[in-house]
Design a protein around this ligand. Structure first.
Ligand SMILES: Nc1ncnc2c1ncn2[C@@H]1O[C@H](COP(=O)(O)OP(=O)(O)O)[C@@H](O)[C@H]1O
Ligand SMILES: [Mg+2]
Length: 292
């Protein structure tokens, strides 16, 4: 086998199936494997990553997900298994390091800011008083789970006292506080998919909610990409070390801001809006790098 695609679901989701079929079309042997079926076997002179069928023997592994509702032991194991594959010379898309940087919204914003890319003012803390003072200073704030996607769990507050009560509750439940100034924006944001340094398409996500995720009911509308947006999306993707990504960009009053960069973007809405299937571009890349 040459290409393996890994994620948590027992049945692959649509983007994963898109990748599978596009890779197959190019004549490369491909297999989908739930991550919980990847085991490691070790002895003094040998380490191998195996499934029930035996050694994996893939030269490229596309990692579509590490799992969502997951405890730290299982998470650690999965990360180690994938890192063992990387150390044995397997190409991973995206790399474990890049996946971890994007999964952790603190790390994402830090890396983007350090690279000089525009991000919303953000405070991340476990200190309730510090968080409260930040919310007071910022005015309208968004609280987000430090690991999150699809807009799930993100909350908007006009009132720092309400934010305080929720922050206190979050801390009791062992959730660090990710507090971000609300960026006044039109009823949409911009989603750009980048594959191998190339922005392959762009859409507005138009919504009646401040959260413009498709999963929150937003509608994808094609958007003309400008050189400025292209540059921002490609730089954000490179900064996070990703081969392919979905970049979320807000149109703030003072210019664009990057909300986050998705390392395993869902693209059902994007395909519908633009007619572009990112898997075609990704499979071309996989074909170029994969040893038969
Ligand atoms: N600071 C903010 N100001 C205004 N809107 C925001 C802010 N943060 C997030 N949003 C809105 O919520 C959506 C989801 O936030 P995002 O950071 O992309 O997290 P998720 O991983 O849940 O998609 C964004 O696409 C954007 O529309
Ligand atoms: Mg997002």
């Amino acid at each position: 086998m040459t290409v393996a695609i890994v994620a948590e679901a027992l049945t692959p989701d649509e983007p994963t199936r898109d990748i599978y079929f596009e890779v197959k079309k190019r004549g490369l042997p491909v297999r989908y494997i739930p991550i919980q079926r990847l085991s490691v076997k070790m002895s003094n002179d040998r380490v191998s990553v195996e499934t029930r069928r035996g050694p994996l023997e893939a030269s490229t592994v596309v990692i579509r997900g590490l799992g969502y509702v997951i405890d730290s032991n299982t998470f650690m194991r999965r990360v180690s298994v994938l890192r063992i594959l990387e150390r044995s010379g397997v190409s991973t898309i995206n790399s474990v390091d890049a996946l971890l940087s994007c999964r952790n919204k603190l790390e994402t914003i830090y890396l983007l800011a350090k690279a000089g890319l525009p991000v919303p003012p953000t405070v991340v803390t476990e200190d309730l008083y510090y968080g409260y003072m930040a919310a007071k200073e910022m005015g309208k704030v968004v609280l987000k789970p430090i690991q999150g996607s699809r807009g799930f769990g993100a909350m908007l507050f006009d009132d720092p006292e309400q934010a305080f009560q929720v922050m206190r509750t979050l801390l009791i439940a062992k959730n660090p506080l990710y507090i971000q100034k609300y960026v006044e924006k039109p009823n949409r944001d911009i989603r750009i998919i980048v594959v191998d340094k190339r922005p392959i398409g762009c859409m507005y996500r138009v919504s009646t909610s401040w959260k413009t995720n498709i999963a929150q009911g937003a509608t994808g509308v094609p958007c003309k990409i400008t050189p400025e947006l292209e540059d921002l999306a490609v730089k954000a993707t490179e900064t996070l070390g990703l081969v392919y990504s979905g970049v979320d960009i807000g149109e703030g009053r003072e210019g664009y801001v990057v909300f986050e960069v998705n390392a395993s973007p869902d693209w059902r809405g994007f395909k519908q809006a633009t007619g572009i299937n990112p898997a075609v571009y990704l499979a071309d890349y996989i074909q170029r790098i994969t040893k038969k």
